[in-house]
Design a protein around this ligand. Sequence first.
Ligand SMILES: C[S@@+](CC[C@H](N)C(=O)[O-])C[C@H]1O[C@@H](n2cnc3c(N)ncnc32)[C@H](O)[C@@H]1O
Length: 209
Amino acid sequence: MTKTAAQDRYDRMARSYDARWRVFSNVVYGWVLKHWPQTLAKNAHIVDLGCGTGAFLKRLAADHSDYKLTGLDAAEAMLETARNAVPKGTFIQADFNRAQAEKLPKADLYLCLNVLHHMMRPDLFVAQISQHCAENTPVFICHFAPKGLLMKIAGLYWSISDISYYRMVKPREFKKILREHDFEIVEKAILKPNYFWRLQIYSLRKTSN
Ligand SMILES: C[S@@+](CC[C@H](N)C(=O)[O-])C[C@H]1O[C@@H](n2cnc3c(N)ncnc32)[C@H](O)[C@@H]1O
């Protein structure tokens, strides 16, 4: 099958991804770990949507050897890197733009870190996650924030230069999507990994199902 633009982009980036994005990822992963729910079972199932190279799951595996870890991603080369990084994990190829809801496993916690700008329909993607969540399931979502002049200009540039990029979701729009799909915001923050990047990150909880 022909590769999508995102598959092509990340297949080519897989080898260099971790080194290139280390500082950026450390800020995001650090926030998630700081807000990690303390009530999860020892053998909880953690599902990372758009897991990339498995870098976050690798960190979890080091501290929580009993967690069951699953990563889904569109790009086969990213998944291959993840399989090497987290041998005990399960890694599944899935394209969230093709509404492959049947590939989403049930989980005790979902992560979706910096994937939303590749979604044609962020609302449908959040709906898919919501459908799989039992009441009280924790979900972490981080997305590029259209905050500040540099991020806004970058968004315009990406929309003409990178066909795997769709758009940044505005905070108000995203809050509406979360409400419509029964997610309550437990914590949120704007992360600033450097002078340029602005990321909106949420710790969420599913309120009903
Ligand atoms: C910016 S990277 C983030 C990786 C990882 N979540 C992290 O924080 O290190 C975006 C990831 O989303 C994946 N991706 C992009 N579009 C996708 C789609 N339509 N379905 C599934 N995964 C997708 C890419 O292959 C890539 O691994």
